[in-house]
Design a protein around this ligand. Structure first.
Ligand SMILES: Cc1ncc(COP(=O)(O)O)c(C=O)c1O
Length: 401
């Protein structure tokens, strides 16, 4: 049987770091308790799993402290909390205030849908601007600056595109936002765990991230970093039991309980901790060196194949290892099907929840692209096998035209 090669790390990483699932089984079988809900040893062990997770992630992104990390279900959950939390806080302070958000043409539906939901909930009060990108999918920080008005409550930027892999100049945008005193939200779904992220050096106030992609943790994990004072500018979207301040029937304001009502996915976070520890041990700079080498080889190999092209930058400095491919005369779904059926290559076809990115790159009308995404455990042999499969599909397609 054809050996299967997973090339959809942009959706979720696979495999995970060694030991992730073992840690989850250990937690489920040997500890089991819900943290913060008991004084017995197992409940305290659960609390230390959460505390360790916050410590590890804070170290990874250079956050000022572990309690600035809020656990969420995934990136989308973190983005909803960041976007709606800022807007609801503004509305609570001044119900008549007009609120504006700036985002980019490359952003994901997990940003666009909350923005559109707010626009329909608050007609006349809420609006948002999408800043265009150049032919490579990069935004000009000057255009972000130009889009900021006195009503702007937030700038939201996707760090690395899930459609093309292009990286945005986040540090430059961070400097602009700091000067304009507008908080910067960064969607790090495709960057964290792949490129070094330093929230302080890059001027990031809110960082939404998945636990289940670059951090090598299980599905159902994610988080939001909140910079100093952001908790005073962001309302929670959910209230409920936290195991703390039980005498009060209103939501505590302490971090991170303010945003974490209900029982945690402690089993998932036990696994996530193993993933983040593996990243810290290997070092983000070393991971970037490995992934850059994969990018360079893939780009060079693709340049030699006729009938198929990569959308977005070829320069490894400007991208992560997420590639959108266009096959001449072949629908992306058909191409992905052939890659799987004939070569065992598991890719993803379509618009990848980023219709604006495809419109900007001219790939929306052709049904999107075939997405190939490498991960930390992708080898050079895997890249060669991927190139060979792509070449064969492009060749068969050219012959049948
Ligand atoms: C850029 C980007 N933002 C947000 C998301 C949503 O991530 P999650 O599935 O963790 O909610 C994704 C997922 O693919 C993504 O690529």
């Amino acid at each position: 049987m054809l050996e299967r090669l997973y090339l959809d790390n942009a959706a979720t990483s696979f495999p995970k770091a060694p030991g992730v699932y073992e840690a989850m089984v250990r937690y489920g079988q040997d500890i089991g308790a819900s943290p913060g809900r008991g004084a017995y040893a197992e409940a305290k062990q659960g609390a230390s799993v959460l505390a360790e997770g916050r410590r590890l992630i804070a170290r990874l992104i250079n956050a000022p402290g572990p309690d600035r990390i809020v656990f969420t279900l995934n990136t989308s959950d973190a983005l909803n909390l960041a976007i709606k939390g800022v807007v609801f806080h503004r509305l609570r302070s001044d119900p008549d205030s007009r609120i504006h958000v700036v985002t980019t043409a490359m952003d994901h539906n997990s940003v666009l849908r909350p923005l559109n939901a707010l626009a329909s909930l608050l007609p006349g009060l809420f609006r948002w601007t999408r800043v265009p990108v150049d032919a490579m999918g990069r935004v000009d920080p000057g255009d972000i600056q130009g889009a900021i008005t006195p009503e702007t409550a937030l700038v939201s930027v996707v760090h690395a595109s899930n459609a093309t892999g292009v990286l945005q100049p986040v540090a430059d945008i961070g400097a602009i936002c700091q000067k304009a005193r507008v908080p910067l939200l960064v969607d790090a779904a495709q960057s964290l765990g792949h490129v070094p992220v330093d929230v302080r050096a890059m001027g990031i106030d809110l960082l939404a991230f998945p636990g289940h992609k670059g951090l090598l943790g299980p599905l159902g994990t994610g988080g939001l970093f909140l910079g100093p004072d952001m908790d005073e500018r962001l309302d929670p979207l959910r209230e409920g039991g936290t195991g703390s301040r039980s005498e009060s029937d209103t939501q505590p304001i302490d971090m991170p309980d303010k945003y974490e009502p209900g029982s945690h996915n402690t089993v998932g976070i036990a696994g996530l901790n193993v993933g983040v520890r593996a990243l810290l041990e290997r070092g983000l700079d070393n991971i970037r060196v490995h992934e850059r080498a994969l990018i360079e080889r893939f780009v060079a190999g693709m340049a030699e194949i006729e009938g198929v092209r990569i959308v977005g930058p070829s320069d490894a400095d400007q991208r992560v290892a997420v590639f959108g491919l266009v096959f001449d005369g072949l629908d992306p779904h058909q191409a992905a099907e052939r890659l799987e059926r004939d070569h065992g290559l598991l890719t993803r076809a379509g618009l990848h929840c980023a219709p604006g990115a495809h419109e900007s790159m001219g790939t929306a009308s052709m049904g999107g692209t075939v997405r190939v995404s490498f991960g930390l455990f992708t080898t050079h042999g895997d890249v060669e096998r991927t190139l060979a499969g792509i070449a064969r599909v492009a060749q068969v397609c050219a012959v049948s035209r």
